[in-house]
Design a protein around this ligand. Sequence first.
Ligand SMILES: Cc1cc2nc3c(=O)[nH]c(=O)nc-3n(C[C@H](O)[C@H](O)[C@H](O)COP(=O)(O)O)c2cc1C
Length: 169
Amino acid sequence: MDVETAIRTRRTHKAFRPEPVPREQLDELFELARWAPNHHLTIPWRFRVLGPGALARLKEAAGPENAGKLDRAPTLVVCSCRLSGDPVADEEDLHATAVAAYIVLLAAHARGLGGYWRTPAVLRTPEGRAAVGLPDDERFVGLLHLGRAIGEKPPPERPPVSETVTYLD
Ligand SMILES: Cc1cc2nc3c(=O)[nH]c(=O)nc-3n(C[C@H](O)[C@H](O)[C@H](O)COP(=O)(O)O)c2cc1C
């Protein structure tokens, strides 16, 4: 799949088949994420693939009302950004981490996988962070859901390009 097609056809999927993404394929995605641009080559992104124990702890932290949503995808990856404490560097590192997360989703799509970037509230709580081993110097960025998607998703409406672009004199 060429890059333009991948960018246009990637969709957020919320229903998946039960088979987890094989580790070798996950490693390919994380290797591609290494190529995200990042200022001063700080390599700020971190990925944690949840195993059964971590998932159980996260569901416990989420509570009965929210635990079910964590069962949607067979493979969950916590994406976080390591912060240095310098405000400018941290802002730039967060941007770079978002790019790395997008690379994972785009590369997954190019391999026929579905993805979903989710930001569940539990990962903003001390209990949720502890459940997946997020240290104090890492900012939660996204819980990436990966797997074989069920069904097709139509692309959501996008505003015309003119609304978001200005050519200055
Ligand atoms: C930073 C970020 C956080 C997101 N968090 C959520 C979320 O918590 N729940 C959700 O349903 N979608 C979430 N999304 C996915 C967007 O809703 C989705 O990308 C958008 O609807 C466009 O659909 P598409 O990805 O199919 O183009 C998030 C996306 C980003 C970039």
